[in-house]
Design a protein around this ligand. Structure first.
Ligand code: FAD
Length: 499
């Protein structure tokens, strides 16, 4: 079982030496709290929570899985307590506005948090992760009343959220969504239909669950132009913010899955459930896609998480287990055989995992700065700046999501391979990484869909800004760094450290 240790040295190297995050934060409006000391305190606090609370639940959560009984979903032992600790630590709202109880720190810090938490226990991280999608939707498109009602308990983590898009007949092609939304005449809607594969759709971690649901109005045009977006709470909310009646939305089942077994994936039945429209009628899908880029960076983090965990699991094993002699000559002469790590093929597998983890982390941290810049442009009312950063991030997103998740899966396989037959056995926890990693290339748009997005949309002549920036970026980075030659020494030192 890999013992997760937060890679703070690597994280700090990127933040301080490569991307100069302190200068970046100094230029962000409203980021005065993100001082180097504060950033370091967050990293340290998050690392401790991940190593001591989340990581120990990763294997047991997988073994126990979630259970379902007549609409009630129970998470594995220890998850409820860990989630309560997460809420008490104020982790959910670190990047959300102070107005709603958050800490309003830059969005990139939230991604750093997700990386560590996701590596320690991806299944756990799904619950607060889905809430982020829900919060972002309400924050961006909700009315003031909706924001005041739902944001504070979501930001604190007392309530969680979901994204209900997929239906039995469609996941990729959301133009086929059938769920109905009928106006009740009082400004609310009756939502009826079945959503499947809904992560965190039902569970025992929070007192209320706020579903964001795609549905169709009676007179809606066919296809993607006829989809609206609704807030459907599990418990209706009274005017004073207290919980009211149970809404008629219920989990019909949970899926029995290959991996992320501690994350509840639910069939959700909406039976004339009361819903509140968010964003404009028939513009639901458009609204959802405006923040899809940031959601997809979140899924790219899963690829990084599995590459890192798999490396952390296979490195100590390769140093400890012995087999034959290295082709380049005996290495551990006083031992019966040399350690696995001396064999070129094993080193290839270890270094591939390490290169993917470090490279993916760098890609994500670079993109996280762009996401911060987008938020800054919104607060400055700078539309042109926003569009520029949105184009750049939009171009990187299918690459991040498609490439990093595929490579994370490859690394999970390499990690198992380093263990030989023992990698296939449950007790070492390496096969769990491969099972957990598999979903990352499927949800939030399959790899094939990312490829279509990249080649079919993002590289069209009208949107050449992204590819142009990608070409120009290395030259800009190098020009910024007169000492870059000295930095070229880095990789050699780091390879020696592996030994
Ligand atoms: C564990 C888990 C958790 C999930 N969580 C959520 C959630 O919280 N909320 C939610 O709404 N959904 C969720 N999903 C659903 C997930 O997003 C979908 O499964 C995914 O979008 C793919 O849709 P699909 O399964 O219907 O496959 P399809 O859309 O049927 O696709 C099947 C295959 O065809 C390919 N394909 C489809 N269309 C094209 C095309 N035009 N060109 C080329 N290839 C194409 C796809 O790439 C894929 O390989 C989850 C799924 C799982 C398994």
């Amino acid at each position: 079982m890999p013992q997760y240790k937060a890679p703070l040295r690597d994280v700090r190297f990127l933040l301080n030496e490569v991307f100069d995050y302190s200068a970046h934060y100094a230029q962000q409006p409203n980021a005065e709290d993100a001082t180097p000391d504060m950033v370091d305190a967050i990293l340290e606090g998050c690392a401790t929570f991940c190593e001591e609370v989340l990581a120990p639940l990763n294997l047991s959560g997988d073994q126990e899985g979630c259970t379902f009984n007549d609409g009630v979903v129970t998470t594995p032992k220890g998850f409820k307590e860990a989630y309560a600790e997460y809420v008490a630590g104020g982790w959910q709202g670190i990047s959300h506005p102070k107005q709603y109880g958050g800490q309003e720190l830059p969005m990139s810090l939230n991604l750093l948090k997700s990386e560590m938490m996701g590596t320690a226990n991806w299944s756990f991280t799904m619950y607060p992760g889905l809430s982020l999608g829900c919060m972002n939707t309400i924050f961006q498109f909700g009315s003031d009343e909706q924001k005041n009602t739902y944001m504070p308990p979501l930001v604190s983590g007392e309530w969680t959220g979901t994204m209900c898009l997929t239906e039995p007949q469609c996941g990729t092609d959301l133009g086929q969504v059938k769920t109905k939304a009928e106006p009740k005449g009082d400004g609310t809607y009756k939502i009826t239909g079945t959503k499947i594969f809904i992560s965190a759709g039902e569970h025992d971690l929070s007192e209320n669950i706020i579903h964001i649901v795609l549905a169709r109005l009676p007179d809606a045009p066919k296809g993607t132009r006829g989809i609206s977006l609704f807030i459907v709470p599990k418990f209706l909310v009274n005017k004073d913010g207290s919980l009211g009646e149970r809404n008629t939305v219920k989990a019909g089942a949970i899926e029995h899955k290959m991996g992320i077994r501690a994350s509840a994936t639910c069939v959700m039945n909406f039976d004339e459930a009361i819903g509140y429209m968010i964003a404009e009628p028939n513009k639901g899908l458009e609204a959802m896609f405006t923040f899809m880029n940031t959601a997809r960076i979140g899924t790219a983090v899963q690829g990084l998480a599995h590459a890192e965990l798999s490396y952390q699991g296979s490195l100590p094993y390769a140093k400890e287990r012995r087999s034959m002699r290295a082709l380049s000559g005996k290495k551990d002469g006083d031992q019966i055989a040399d350690a696995l790590i001396w064999h070129a093929d094993v080193r290839r597998m270890l270094l591939t995992q390490r290169a993917v983890a470090e490279g993916a982390r760098a890609m994500i941290y670079h993109s996280a700065k762009i996401a911060d810049n987008m938020v800054a442009c919104v607060s400055k009312g700078d539309k042109t700046g926003y569009e520029k950063f949105d184009n750049e991030l939009g171009f990187y997103t299918p690459i991040l999501k498609g490439f990093i998740t595929e490579m994370g899966l490859e690394c999970a396989n390499l990690g198992m391979q380093v263990f030989g037959g023992h990698g296939y056995i449950k007790e070492h926890g390496m096969e769990q990484i491969a099972r957990d990693a598999r979903i990352s290339t499927l949800y939030e748009g399959t790899t094939g869909i990312q490829a279509l997005d990249l080649l079919g949309r993002k590289t069209r002549p009208a949107r050449q800004e992204g590819p142009r920036l990608l070409q120009a970026r290395p030259a800009m980075e190098v020009a910024d760094r007169p000492d870059h030659a000295a930095r070229q020494q880095g990789p050699r030192h780091r390879e020696r450290r592996l030994l």
